[in-house]
Design a protein around this ligand. Structure first.
Ligand code: ADP
Ligand code: ZN
Length: 710
């Protein structure tokens, strides 16, 4: 059996060997047994049911909660020459009937379905008439009522055990915790399933957490090293997403916003662009991510603290699915803690629930201030022991300097106490530094014993100290009051001099700005670069022709291997990992030609597409200058396209431009001065020279024109 499986792996998928426990899982399911598979993102779960589906007779049913994911998988299988289909609400009645016919005739090997569809009685009885090879239940943690992704329909999947007693079932998830695991077994009635637990380590991800000082600058430094790579920047609020995105666009980065406050259509459009184009930056709230299967996300940057390690692990896990080097980078500061605590305070839920949330946040903070290997700490939280420090996180690479902070910590806590436990860090630091300002005087704090005792330390050191005191629970944020600091019971032993305190020393800002050990964008260097870009250009062109994302044609890892191994014949090409029989036949020759120095035709978005994009950007509130940056064209072109869009009534003038009312009226009056026809722009251009770009006049004219036509 395993031999057959190996052959399918190579012939169809183009891979040489199974990863981790894939082989054992495939063998179990192919022989008709049930399985529960826990594997991290990027571990290769899909193959665990796709290979058995090809080895067994009949139709494999894959239950998946997300339409986007289904379509991605079907497109991928299609490219591999495997007949697959998705049955979902995007099909009309006629298409559904046609699909049913193909299913009856056994023309399809894998059928992707949403759970609510599968459990419809008509669907179940239809499937009972067919020969079913297996059921795969993807994202099986959706059955857990405790999890974030609970889907009530998943609860009904348990009935498959009785309805199809002889059909093997495999449940898969990337969620690790024990309680969820037991819930899956119970609710899906998988009592005889063999359990396959993999390590949750993501060895290709480099973790770095830095103190937040000037977050935008820090982010910019991080992104500058990664130009051309695709990545996600997470922010806590919608407003911040918009601001950061606009800032990055202004700095010349191709960034797109994503949050629940944007119109659904625009969100979908941005998501699609992120998947289909290369090197885009998605600035997003956590609304973005579920079901994003893009394998070559090269980094995930957090500008705000996630509220738990579960969330941190899941969000950073979206980087580097393809196994190539990727970065998880985060800047965090005391302000984050305040924000999250406030959110928790205001959230619904009982006291117990809030306590749990508080513990989760504490664990997250502990990781931020961790002085040992970050990966060891992260995995330990998920009950996994990594015997050695990883050598692939900031703490391992830079080393962590600690210092004896016992005395200054006492001074800092004493400042909290003496000022009445109601002031924020800014004021406390002023007091410690002996700054004689209005607020200090107003409160009479210049008379306190702690006033000025901290003069020999820099402001940044004191801030870092307070941050770490809060992270360690030695001080707390008073949410009932004004968000000032107060003491906790835990700080007593320290104040009494019974214990000492070692803290981490923050690195110098230059070091802090650095990202991973080697940015992924430098995977390809020097003279390789040109060939690499040519391979990517060819891939992009083929992807456009086939209407699929580029990674569906070939993942980056396959292109990289082509570049390195330089195949010169189809036979050699077939040896490249990721080149299966069908792709060899379809694309082998074209890629060989590029490798031999031929031209990958440059791809440029056709004008119609450009205008479509522009309309979305304008509706999202971007200025012409920002759009020019985003679309990589001149501002003059942007105005021309805007004028066209206005003329075609795709945009209103207000959406396109942000003009002061008086100026707009003045321009309109100039156009309308004469009789009859509107004068051409050239006639009034002189009058507005130096006041507005000429493109503005074209836009106003287009708007007037389209009004006249009504
Ligand atoms: P998951 O669903 O667990 O997140 P995927 O099934 O999407 O992971 O697989 C992640 C990537 O790894 C995909 O690009 C897939 O083709 C690739 N992959 C999976 N198994 C292997 C293997 N045995 N050899 C090489 N690449 C593999
Ligand atoms: Zn480490």
């Amino acid at each position: 059996m395993l031999e057959q499986a190996q052959r399918v792996l190579k012939d169809v998928f183009g891979y040489d060997s199974f990863r981790g426990r894939q082989g054992a899982i495939i063998e179990r399911v192919a022989r008709g047994g049930d399985a529960l598979v826990l594997m991290p993102t990027g571990g290769g779960k899909s193959l665990c049911y796709q290979v058995p589906a090809l080895l067994r007779d009949g139709l494999a049913i894959v239950v998946s909660p997300l339409i986007a994911l289904m379509e991605d998988q079907v497109a991928t299988l299609d490219e591999l020459g495997v007949p697959a289909a998705a049955l979902n609400s995007t099909l009309d009645a006629e298409q559904q009937r046609a699909l049913a016919v193909r299913l009856r005739q056994g023309e399809i090997k894998l059928l992707y379905l949403a759970p609510e569809r599968l459990v419809q009685p008509r669907m179940l009885s239809f499937l009972q008439q067919l020969n079913i090879a297996l059921f795969a239940i993807d994202e099986a943690h959706c059955v857990s009522q405790w999890g974030h992704d609970f889907r009530p329909e998943y609860l009904q999947l348990g009935q498959l055990a009785q309805l199809f007693p002889d059909v093997p079932r495999i449940a898969l998830t990337a969620t690790a915790d024990k309680r969820t695991r037991e819930e899956i077994v119970n609710r899906l009635e998988l009592h005889d399933a063999e359990r396959f637990l993999s390590s949750f380590d993501r060895p290709n991800i480099f973790y770095r957490i830095v103190p937040k000082e000037q977050p935008r600058k820090q982010l910019l430094a991080f992104l500058t090293e990664r130009k051309g790579d695709a990545g996600i920047v997470y922010c806590l609020s919608r407003k911040k997403v918009d601001e950061v995105c606009a800032y990055l666009v202004g700095q010349g980065f191709p960034a797109l916003p994503y949050h629940a406050g944007l119109p659904a259509e625009l969100r979908a459009f941005h998501q699609k662009r992120f998947l289909n184009e290369e090197g885009l930056i998605m600035v997003a709230t956590i609304a973005f991510g579920m079901g994003i299967d893009k394998p070559n996300v090269r980094y995930v940057a957090h500008l705000d603290l996630p509220k738990s390690l579960e969330a941190y692990y899941q969000e950073t896990g979206r980087a580097g699915r393809d196994g190539l080097p990727a970065d998880a980078w985060m800047a965090y500061g005391l302000q984050d803690v305040l924000m999250l605590k406030q959110m928790m305070q205001n959230s619904e839920g009982d006291e117990r629930h809030k306590r749990v949330e508080q513990h989760k946040l504490d664990a997250m903070l502990a990781l931020c201030e961790e002085t040992r290997c970050r990966r060891q700490a992260l995995l330990a939280y998920f009950d996994e022991v990594l015997p050695q420090p990883c050598g692939h996180c900031d703490n391992c690479v830079d080393g962590v300097q600690t210092w004896d902070a016992t005395e200054p910590a006492r001074q800092a806590l004493s400042a909290v106490y003496r000022t009445g436990q109601r002031y924020g860090v800014g004021h406390l630091v002023d007091v410690l530094l002996g700054r004689d300002n209005e607020k200090v005087r107003g409160a009479g704090h210049e008379r306190l014993a702690v006033f000025g005792v901290g003069k020999d330390r820099a402001e940044g050191e004191w801030r870092s100290l307070y941050r770490q005191l809060v992270a360690r629970g030695l001080a707390d944020i008073d949410l009932e009051g004004y968000g000032g600091l107060r003491l906790t019971d835990a700080c007593r032993p320290l104040l009494r001099g019974e214990v000492s305190l070692e803290l981490r020393r923050d690195l110098k800002p230059q070091a802090v700005a650095r990202g991973g050990a080697s940015p992924a964008s430098q995977l390809v260097r020097g003279e390789e670069r040109e060939r690499w870009e040519a391979l990517r250009a060819l891939r992009r062109r083929l992807a456009e022709e086939h209407g699929v994302p580029p990674y569906v044609i070939f993942p980056d890892s396959t292109l990289l291997e082509m570049l390195r191994s330089q195949p010169t014949s189809l036979a050699e090409m077939a040896r490249v990992s990721g080149v299966g029989a069908r792709k060899l036949e379809r694309y082998g020759a074209a890629f060989l030609e590029v490798l031999a120095g031929g031209e990958g035709a440059p791809a440029r978005a056709p004008v119609a597409d450009l205008r479509h994009e522009l309309v979305s950007l304008a509706r999202a509130g971007m200025t012409p200058a920002q759009m020019a940056g985003q679309l990589n064209c001149s501002e003059k072109n942007v105005y021309t396209l805007l004028a066209e869009a206005i003329a075609a009534q795709q945009l209103s003038l207000e959406q396109a431009l942000d003009l002061p009312f008086e100026l707009l009226s003045e321009i309109q009056d100039s156009f309308l001065d004469g009789e009859g026809e509107l004068p051409p722009v050239s006639e009034i251009a002189e009058q507005f020279k130096g006041r507005v770009p000429e493109g503005v006049l074209y836009c106003v004219r287009a708007a007037l024109q389209s009004e006249f036509e009504l």
